[in-house]
Write a protein that binds this ligand. Structure first.
Ligand code: HEC
Length: 98
């Protein structure tokens, strides 16, 4: 009995973490600079893991719409829709900063 409860909890944890870890499709363009989970390894690329989703969303929209100027991020944010930005912001906000 105890064992089956543990198995059940284990499967629950596995499936929720698998869901939380699933990166949005557009994240494959960010990996090279910000890392797979937003923990950039190169110091001049900011870590975006674990920041507030609202902050990440605003930063991306500001790059896209030209309120925040950075040639690199401007180029990568340009093609993103509002929904893609929301998904990316949510994903990186759920990652643990290391
Ligand atoms: C070629 C490298 C590169 C790629 C690819 C890239 N970024 Fe960036 N990113 C940067 C740099 C450099 C900065 C800092 C720019 C600045 O000074 O404003 C930055 C800044 C950011 C910030 C603001 C962080 C903060 O603390 O204000 C966010 C959010 C972000 N990137 C998200 C993304 C997302 C999402 C993608 C993929 C769609 C992406 N980046 C792709 C290099 C990159």
């Amino acid at each position: 009995m105890k064992k089956s409860i543990l198995t059940f909890v284990g499967i629950g944890l596995l499936s929720t973490s698998a869901f939380a870890m699933q990166p949005p499709a557009k994240a494959n363009t960010c990996v090279g600079c910000h890392g797979a989970d937003g923990n950039s390894v190169v110091p001049n690329f900011p870590k975006i893991a674990g920041q507030h989703a609202a902050y990440l969303e605003k930063a991306l929209k500001d790059y896209r719409d030209g309120f925040r100027k950075d040639p690199t991020m401007g180029a990568f944010a340009r093609g993103l829709s509002d929904q893609e930005i929301k998904d990316l912001a949510l994903f990186y906000s759920q990652q643990t900063a290391k």
